[in-house]
Write a protein that binds this ligand. Sequence first.
Ligand SMILES: [Zn+2]
Length: 118
Amino acid sequence: MANENPANTTAEQPIALNPKLTTITDVSDLNVKNIMVEIVWEKIDSVLSHVEGCCNCTKCRNDILAIVLNNIPSKYVATKQGELFSRINLSDIQNDINLSAIITSAVMYVKDHPRHEG
Ligand SMILES: [Zn+2]
């Protein structure tokens, strides 16, 4: 079809999983996470404190988080609880991407397009 909406096609067609992956039945064995989620989440507060007029409710902060995460490379780590940040140099990540600038852009966008009620 010429007029395919990606959102619709993914809803209609289940993702074809590698059959080998279906042998993983215990998801509690999965200990992989994108550490950028927590790094960005913590940084949002400090950026918000410098921007006047942006709401900092949970919904707006989650909107900001989602926008930022969609615009930066993810950084997945295999982790055990408690040793998450020990092997990661946060300043390297900061140097790779200008996180503050990207978060600020997202904050400005959400400030102009808030989706919260009332
Ligand atoms: Zn809000």
